[in-house]
Write a protein that binds this ligand. Structure first.
Ligand SMILES: [Mn+2]
Length: 318
């Protein structure tokens, strides 16, 4: 029988501000206040992080703490593939979004021959590389590792050799490169990108369903279009970055808050609809940062509500 397993990953070394490691704890506070048994109900796996690196100087400005991110990729990948290999369902609660590249690597480790689709619900495209990043923050890069691209067409940086070696290890983790095809990647609510990412999306024809398009077409039409677009995929991974939601409506309790995003109801609809899809093999929630929350713990409150309903949907499905 398939069971839901919760994977807790506190890694925050790839964000620009500290505090994302406390996101999982913030969800637990909400669960406690609501007298929810969610965190006692499922078997949980704890991923080892490399957050101690935050207490040391940055070595590589074009890819900050990449020596730790490589290890986190491996750690997350091992746990995700272990859960999948036992025919169970991984629900990942993570700190910064970088480690989702490790989640994707873990799915491919378990299913190397299956065509994997990715639904990335996020304000950001996370398509940077050490060659294109203006900040060096790797939480803006996980999808470039999944696509196996350096995006040299948009190069602005010249990373040192060690960075290139670590970066190639991230792209090639578990021996499948690329892990996804551009046409099998779909964005929802991406609205804060930089030119190298825009150019890559343009060249590769990567589809973004903007907030405006969601409102014009309606939620269910967008769900249907995405399912049609990914119909040739065997399995699908859903990555929910809470900054996809509007930071004025919800709160600023996330590393890089952006206005004009999804409402909580819209985000809930997408996460639940895609989690309930029989192709969905893994769901992830990321980037809750209670240290930055201007409304006490509102971001975690909103995310917990979506998480709670998603888990009920998954139980009904599995
Ligand atoms: Mn993200």
């Amino acid at each position: 029988m398939t069971e839901i397993k919760i994977i807790e990953n506190t890694s925050e070394i790839a964000a620009g501000t500290r505090g994302a490691s406390l996101g999982v704890g913030a969800l637990k506070v909400v669960a406690h206040n609501h007298e929810s048994e969610l965190f006692g109900k499922y078997e949980r796996y704890i991923v080892e992080d490399e957050n101690e690196l935050l207490n040391r100087p940055v070595q590589y400005p074009t890819a900050k703490r990449i020596e730790g991110v490589v290890q986190v990729y491996q750690n997350v990948s091992d746990v995700v593939s272990h859960v999948l290999d036992n025919d169970n369902f991984p629900l990942v609660l993570a700190g910064d979004h970088a480690s989702a590249g490790g989640t994707i690597a873990g799915i491919k480790k378990s299913h190397p021959d299956k065509r994997l689709g990715v639904i990335w619900i996020d304000a950001h495209a996370d398509l940077h590389t050490p060659y294109t990043t203006p900040s060096g923050n790797i939480h803006g890069m996980p999808l470039a590792t999944a696509l196996g691209t350096d995006n040299l067409e948009s190069q602005i940086n010249d990373p040192v050799e060690e960075v290139k070696t670590y970066w190639n290890q991230m792209k090639d983790l578990n021996g499948v490169t690329p892990k996804i095809q551009s046409e099998d990647l779909v964005f929802i609510a991406v609205r804060d990108t930089e030119k190298p990412e825009d150019d890559l999306m343009e060249r590769r024809g990567i589809r973004n369903f903007s907030v405006d398009e969601v409102r014009q077409k309606g939620l269910q039409t967008v769900v249907t279009e995405i399912k049609e677009k990914l119909s040739d995929c065997d399995i699908v991974y859903v990555s929910f970055d809470v900054d996809s939601m509007d930071c004025i409506l919800v709160s600023k309790g996330t590393g890089t808050p952006v206005e004009n995003g999804l409402t909580p109801e819209e985000a809930e609809h997408f996460v639940r609809q895609f989690s309930s899809w029989d192709k969905c093999c893994c769901v992830e929630f990321v980037e809750i940062n209670p240290c930055l929350d201007n409304k006490i713990n509102k971001m975690a409150e909103v995310a917990f509500d979506i998480l709670d309903k998603t888990l009920i949907d998954l139980e009904n499905r599995l």
